[in-house]
Design a binder for this molecule. Structure first.
Ligand code: IMP
Length: 427
C-alpha cells in the first residue's frame, strides 16, 4: 500500500508540479486533502502548460483517478470552469471524485474574505481573496455548507439561512455592505448541483479500498508547512493543515497507511503575502532571484518575496512532517553567484538559536546567521545525474541535506519535465 504525501517544506510555491511529474504514470490516485483554489501549480505535459488551482494534478494523467478529499474547500464555479477549460483542450476529466463531505466556498465567503482583509488594513494577512479562511471558519463554527447539501434543497436553504443570519448583521452593520439574500445564494448553488453530481463519491471508502488493493496513492498538499494553521507562522498562514497529518484527516486515511512523506524544498526561499521571513532580501540579489526564478504567483499574479535558503525552516519541516525525503527544486536559479549565503541558525536578541522558536515574538526578531557556500557558474540544466553537477553545486546540495535532516532524493535543475536528477526512487 504505497501512500505518499507530497508537500511544500517552506511557504508554498516550491514547485510541487515537478515532483508529481516525476512520479508520472506510476500513480493510481492523486488526492488533494486541504486548501482550495488558493493553490496554484503549473503542470507541463508535452508542449502544453496547465495552471491548476483547485483540481489535483492527476487530472492530466489518463490513467490516474484525481480525488478532492473531505478536507478541501470547493468553489463550485471555479471547479466547473477549470473542468470545462480542460475539456476544451481535450482532457478527459470524467474520473474525478469529490468527497460529499468537502465544504463549499459560497459567494458570501468570498465577500467576507475581501471585506475583512480591507478592514484589517495594515494588519492584513494578504490572503488570496478566494474565500478560503471564511469557509473553514464556517466549517469549524458548524455553519458550513457541504457538497452533499446541494442535493437536499430544504437542508441547503436551512443551512444558508443559518450561515447568513449572523453574517448579514456583520456585513451590513460593521462593514456597511448590502445584506446577501438567502434565495439568491440557494439558487446559485442549486444551479451547480447537477453538473457536480456525477463526481460526488464516498472518497474515504474508495481511497482505503485502493490502498488495500496495493494501488499507489499520492496525497498532494497545497500551500506549505510554514503556512499551516497549527504549525506555520500564525496568524500569517492559511486556514488548513498542509502538513503531513492533514493528509490523514483531510482524506480519511489512517497514519499507519502513509509510507513516505516527501518535502518539496526550493534551493532558496520565497513567500507570498504578509508575515515574518528572516532571510528575505530587499536588494539586487532578491530582485535577481525573483527575475531568474520567475517568482510570480500562479494564483494571484503577485510578485513573491525572495530570500536565501533557510536551513532552520527545512529542519522544522522535517520534524513536523516526519519527512522521509526532500525534492530540491530550482537549483539552476542559483547558477552564477560566486558565494551563496545559507541561513544555518538565527540570532534572537543576541543569542544564537538553532531551531525555529515557538514564540511569534522571537520569530519576528530572528536575524539570519549566514554561512557562505562557494557557487558555480556552469550551466547545470543538462545534468542527468548527481555526478554531472559541478563540484560546488554538489557540495551545496550535500550541505543542505546535512542541515535539513532528510535525504535529498531528487533535484530540479530546470523548468522542463526532464530537467530533474533522480537520486533515490520515490516508489
Ligand atoms: P489564504 O489561503 O487565501 O487564506 O491566504 C493566507 C496566506 O497563505 C496568504 O499569505 C497567502 O498568500 C498564502 N497562500 C495561500 N495559498 C498559497 C499558495 O498556494 N502558495 C503560497 N502562498 C499561499
Amino acid at each position: 500500500m504505497p501512500a505518499l504525501v507530497l508537500l511544500g517544506a517552506q511557504w508554498g510555491d516550491e514547485g510541487k508540479g515537478k515532483a508529481t511529474d516525476l512520479l508520472g504514470g506510476s500513480v493510481d490516485y492523486v488526492v488533494r486533502y486541504q486548501g482550495g483554489n488558493n493553490a496554484g501549480h503549473t503542470v507541463v505535459v508535452g508542449d502544453q502548460k496547465y495552471a491548476l488551482h483547485l483540481l489535483p494534478s492527476g487530472i492530466l494523467s489518463p490513467t490516474c483517478v484525481p480525488v478532492i478529499g473531505n478536507g478541501v474547500v470547493v468553489d463550485p464555479s471555479v471547479l466547473l470552469s477549470e473542468l470545462s477549460g480542460l475539456n476544451e483542450r481535450g482532457v478527459d476529466t470524467s474520473k474525478l471524485l469529490i468527497s460529499g463531505n468537502a465544504h463549499i466556498i459560497t459567494p458570501y465567503n468570498v465577500t467576507v474574505d475581501k471585506v475583512t482583509e480591507r478592514f484589517l488594513g495594515k494588519r492584513k494577512i494578504g490572503t488570496t481573496g478566494r474565500g478560503i479562511g471564511p469557509t473553514y471558519a464556517d466549517k469549524i463554527n458548524r455553519v458550513g455548507i457541504r457538497v452533499q447539501d446541494l442535493y437536499d434543497e430544504s437542508i441547503l436553504t436551512q443551512k444558508v439561512e443559518a450561515a447568513l443570519d449572523v453574517k448579514n448583521q456583520i456585513l451590513s452593520k460593521l462593514y456597511n455592505r448590502r445584506a446577501i439574500g438567502v434565495d439568491q445564494v440557494v439558487e446559485e448553488l442549486l444551479g451547480y448541483a447537477a453538473q457536480i453530481e456525477p463526481y460526488v463519491a464516498d472518497t474515504v471508502l474508495v481511497l482505503n479500498q485502493a490502498l488495500e488493493d496495493d494501488k499507489v496513492v499520492l496525497f498532494e498538499g497545497g500551500q506549505g508547512t510554514l503556512l499551516d494553521i497549527d504549525h506555520g507562522t500564525y496568524p500569517f498562514v492559511t486556514s488548513s493543515n498542509p502538513t503531513a497529518g492533514g493528509a490523514c484527516t483531510g482524506a480519511g486515511v489512517g497514519p499507519t497507511k502513509i509510507s513516505r512523506v516527501i518535502g518539496i524544498l526550493k534551493a532558496y526561499t520565497t513567500r507570498v503575502g504578509a508575515g515574518p521571513f528572516p532571510t528575505e532580501l530587499f536588494d539586487a540579489d532578491g530582485e535577481a532571484l525573483r527575475r531568474i526564478g520567475g517568482e510570480r504567483g500562479v494564483t494571484t499574479g503577485r510578485d513573491r518575496r525572495c530570500g536565501w535558503f533557510d536551513a532552520v525552516i527545512a529542519r522544522y519541516a522535517t520534524r513536523v512532517n516526519g519527512l522521509t525525503d526532500f525534492f530540491l527544486t530550482k537549483l539552476d536559479v542559483l547558477t552564477g553567484w560566486e558565494q551563496i549565503p545559507v541561513c544555518v541558525a538565527y540570532e534572537i536578541d543576541g543569542k544564537r538559536v538553532e531551531e525555529l522558536p515557538y514564540s511569534q515574538t522571537d520569530f519576528h526578531h530572528a536575524k539570519p546567521v549566514y554561512e557562505n557556500l562557494p557557487g558555480w557558474s556552469e550551466d547545470i540544466t543538462k545534468a542527468k545525474s548527481f555526478a554531472d553537477l559541478p563540484k560546488n553545486a554538489q557540495n551545496y546540495v550535500k550541505a543542505l541535506e546535512e542541515m535539513s535532516g532528510a535525504p535529498i532524493s531528487a533535484i530540479g535543475v530546470g523548468p522542463g519535465r526532464d530537467e530533474t536528477i533522480e537520486i533515490n526512487s520515490f516508489l
